[in-house]
Design a protein around this ligand. Structure first.
Ligand code: ZN
Length: 391
């Protein structure tokens, strides 16, 4: 194990330029970038642990500064992947950081390599303090495809990795303190009907008609949960349901035997998405399936869960929120419309908060940029994190 020492490090801007050079679009490998981070940390005497994904092209990375044998401490967390640039009208090469006026352009400058750069640039400062509790650096993959990559790393908390007591997720919030966001669940409902010639519809079960009934029922289910689960701090202030894909049908003269559709629920805290799926299934069993099975016994309606991000609500009095407010010198808490890995940290028992540099309005956009001053604000914030961990 390398001996910890204080190194020079690089500036946040220089590190950001380096990180932007790696095309870490979620479907590409992030291993070269993770290796660069590992080597940078090693150069400062910090050992890090790679946690490779089963697909062989992605990896998480975890490193600790300060005492490693204790539980607790503070985690700084960010994702290494970025969204695609395909079809976007970029004026500059998205994978080369370009400084124009006060802005730094490039894919991931705001979402969220800017925060990663500040984390890494702060390491020498953290090392120079005699930390009384550890600072953990947490780098994940596959955030942009549903916050999935961080999950296996969090599963190691408390066993092969220390579990931070507090986690700051540096998604772009203009360094304001975000203590809540909705979650999301994605489902696919599959309808199995019975084919027949369209001149004899009574011999078949049209799966698209059945899907239409189910989709209509989703509107009723939505109305019910909106009444049952109000959430005044979110916009809109209740859970919502949307239908996003539908496919089915073979030919104009065949009663369609199969139809499936994907739908999603935006979850407010306390609302379990399974309730919506169960209500849909109950409706199918009650109103649709008896008639369908009278025509053919194999007719079926099934719903599968495709992805789940729990809602996140830390609350004003939580350790993470009160610390972030204190260190940021602010007194207002906010909720946001986007989802983050904070949900998973909270579900694992860490107190989590979102606070990071850059504007979410820039995220996923062509010509994404971050104001250089945002990096400075984040560096000042992280220096106070170091001071706090040394207290
Ligand atoms: Zn992000």
């Amino acid at each position: 194990m390398p001996v910890a020492r204080t190194g020079e490090g690089l500036s946040a801007k220089a590190i950001l330029a380096k990180l932007i050079n790696f095309d870490t679009t979620s479907d590409k490998t992030n291993i070269p970038m993770a290796c660069w981070i590992r080597d940078y940390l090693a150069g400062l005497g910090i050992e890090s642990r790679m946690l490779p994904a089963e697909n062989g092209i992605h990896t998480n990375l975890f490193a600790t500064i300060g005492t490693t044998h204790t539980r607790g401490g503070i985690g700084l967390s960010g994702h290494m992947d970025v969204v695609p640039v395909t079809g976007q009208p970029w004026h500059t090469d998205p994978f080369t950081m370009v400084e124009i006026g006060s802005r730094l352009y490039g894919r991931g400058t705001a979402d969220m390599k800017g925060f990663l750069a500040c984390m890494l640039a702060s390491v020498p400062y953290f090392q120079a303090r005699s930390l009384r509790q550890p600072i953990h650096l947490i780098f994940s993959y596959d955030e942009e495809v549903g916050c999935t990559g961080v999950v296996p790393m969090i599963a190691e908390f408390g066993s092969s990795l220390p579990k931070p007591e507090i986690v700051i997720v540096g998604e772009p919030s203009m360094m304001t303190v975000v203590d809540g966001h909705k979650g999301g669940a994605r489902f696919r409902t599959n309808v199995v009907g019975k084919d027949a010639h369209s001149s004899r519809p009574e011999l078949g079960v049209g799966s698209i008609f059945v899907a239409a009934d189910l989709i209509g029922e989703l509107k009723h289910i939505e109305a019910g949960i909106q009444k049952a689960y109000p959430a005044p701090r979110f916009a809109p202030p209740f859970p919502t349901i949307t239908v996003s894909f539908i496919e089915g049908g073979i030919a104009h003269n065949i009663i369609p035997p199969r139809c499936s559709f994907q739908w999603g629920v935006r979850l407010t805290p306390g609302f379990d998405a399974a309730e919506a799926a169960d209500a849909l299934q109950a409706y199918a069993e009650r109103e649709l399936l008896p008639k369908m099975r009278a025509v053919h016994p194999d007719c079926a309606v099934t719903t599968e869960l495709l992805g789940l991000l729990p809602a996140f609500l830390s609350g004003e009095g939580s350790p993470a929120t009160s610390l972030a407010l204190k260190l940021a010198g602010q007194n207002a808490i906010h909720t946001v419309a986007y989802g983050t890995e904070a949900s998973h940290f909270q579900a694992a028992g860490c107190s989590a908060v979102v606070c990071g540099p850059g504007d979410i309005a820039q995220a996923h956009q062509p010509n994404e940029f971050i104001e250089a001053a945002e990096l400075d604000n984040c560096m000042a914030f992280l220096s106070r994190v170091g001071d706090w961990a040394a207290m």
